[in-house]
Design a protein around this ligand. Structure first.
Ligand SMILES: [Zn+2]
Length: 258
């Protein structure tokens, strides 16, 4: 896994290899990473494009939905010709065209508590860009139990949040407790969302993912980033472990390293 980068890779990734925090060793680490992205919608559009462009060697796209006309205002991974197609197919085509060096695997299934561990095991890191809390909690609980890092995000209107959960850190459930009842949660279809909100927050997820894979920057701890775009600001707040968190009780003794 530590074989040298070829000339084409040195050229393609030149602008990030020149970063002191990345370098050739970091680029090999990115190349050797296996990352799953749950949801190929607005958030997944941004995160998948940047992760593929950065050269993440193996990407798994999990989504059971099809492209519709009202997705295209923010789901920039897909195009008008893809309307009616499974999002996984459209994603595969676009990511392949962007970077043929990335192995893209597609899973056209809905991820839930019953299959999350099965679908996510074998990855080094998981990004959640799904549009509902039951998927987010299922991703969190599976990642904590498997010792995999997770970056879980959500958007609504002009706002978004990214919850970073490196392996072994306090988790999404430590922060939010139980899943809210579905009827109390506003949705993008009812409340709306400005397209670039998905781009900003999805790109932030990709940035957190690369930071976690490389082990660079701020301490690798549980933290929530909140993004507000109407009166623009970004805030980052670390959060503690909930000693009664049922997900963290399932943590493996030695977390898998990303
Ligand atoms: Zn927890």
């Amino acid at each position: 896994m530590s074989d040298e980068l070829g000339d084409a890779d040195l050229e393609r990734y030149a602008r990030q290899i020149v970063l002191r925090e990345v370098g050739p060793a970091g680029q090999r680490r990115i190349r050797d990473a296996r990352v799953a992205v749950v949801g190929a919608g607005g958030l997944g559009s941004a995160s998948l494009l940047y992760l593929a462009a950065a050269g993440v060697g193996s990407l798994t796209v999990v989504d059971d939905d099809r492209v519709s006309l009202d997705n295209l205002q923010r789901q920039v991974l897909h195009d008008t010709a893809a309307i009616g197609e499974p999002k996984t197919h459209s994603a595969l085509r676009r990511l392949d065209a962007l970077n043929p060096g990335v192995r893209v695997r597609t899973v056209e299934r809905r991820l839930g508590a019953g299959n999350a561990r099965e679908l996510l095991q074998g990855h080094d890191l998981v990004l959640d860009g799904s549009d509902n809390f039951s998927t987010k909690f299922a991703v969190n609980d599976a990642c904590v139990a498997l010792g995999i890092g997770a970056v879980i995000a959500g958007i609504l209107r002009f706002d978004g949040q990214v919850v970073s959960v490196p392996a072994g850190a306090p988790c999404y459930r430590c922060l939010f407790g139980d899943e809210p009842p579905p009827r109390q949660v506003p949705t993008c279809s009812a409340a709306g969302v400005l397209g670039p909100t998905a781009g900003v927050v999805g790109a932030l997820q990709a940035s957190e993912a690369l930071r976690m894979l490389l082990g660079i920057g701020a301490p690798q701890e549980g933290r929530i980033l909140t993004v507000e775009l109407l009166d623009p600001r970004v805030r980052a707040v670390p959060f503690p472990r909930d000693p009664d968190c049922p997900a963290c009780a399932t943590q493996p003794e030695v977390p898998a390293t990303a």
